[in-house]
Design a protein around this ligand. Sequence first.
Ligand SMILES: Nc1ncnc2c1ncn2[C@@H]1O[C@H](COP(=O)(O)O)[C@@H](OP(=O)(O)O)[C@H]1O
Ligand SMILES: [Mg+2]
Length: 255
Amino acid sequence: MEINIKQEELINLSRKAGSAIIKIYNDLELAGDVDYKDDNSPLTLADKASHEVIMEGLKELYPDIPIISEEGDQLRYEDRKDFEYFWLVDPLDGTKEFINRNGQFTVNIALMNHNSPVAGFIYTPVHDSLYVGIKGECAYKVEKGEKADLKVNNSTGNRIAVRSKSHASPEEEGVLEKYDVVNDISVGSSLKFCMVAEGKADIYYRHGPTMEWDTAAGQAVLESAGGKVLKGTGPEVFSYNKENLLNGSFLCLGF
Ligand SMILES: Nc1ncnc2c1ncn2[C@@H]1O[C@H](COP(=O)(O)O)[C@@H](OP(=O)(O)O)[C@H]1O
Ligand SMILES: [Mg+2]
């Protein structure tokens, strides 16, 4: 089965989810209403609002494609393991950054084919930047109405790394040392994948845990821009719809 990727509609949906987030972000009382999930990770009204918008929009655009969202009902492995296509959604990635009010949070929508992302839409509501990657077709960014192609840096040395702002781990340093990294920048959310995709950084190694919805759209954008996302430190490509949706370590390269 071939899927028609309705770019314009999916972009509009990402922006609509972003608007729902911004409405809450700009209301200090609503933005401060934070719950904690069983694993102690934070959940805001904005995560829930964005989830509702995306679920409704995807169901309308693609009634037959199942959706796995961070804030949705979690499907049993038995029921999802044979999905040919599915959506993998993080309605608000970087919830800690939302709470810390630094703008570094994103809406993430990925279309998956079996175990790989094939399209990714990432939107940062505060900066109004949108990143799109469709494998084998295009990779671009739209910011302040300007559209620009995304292309990795292909650097040969003096590299810049991006690392998590809230969840970096010391084990990452050993790996970065091997890649001639001269500087590292701390950034929240899937924006790290986007920075490698646009050549503002060269490498992102993540040692600590993430979930599949944190990385799927980012991987689609980065791979479409010419980069790689590898399992552990490579060489295998990072894959999805595992029995446990918890990710192990991974390495993103823009060269
Ligand atoms: N102990 C843990 N287990 C699973 N995922 C974790 C985790 N600590 C952080 N994460 C994931 O890391 C994401 C944030 O990434 P980063 O640190 O790069 O900004 C979080 O996304 P959410 O903010 O959507 O919950 C969360 O899913
Ligand atoms: Mg997330």
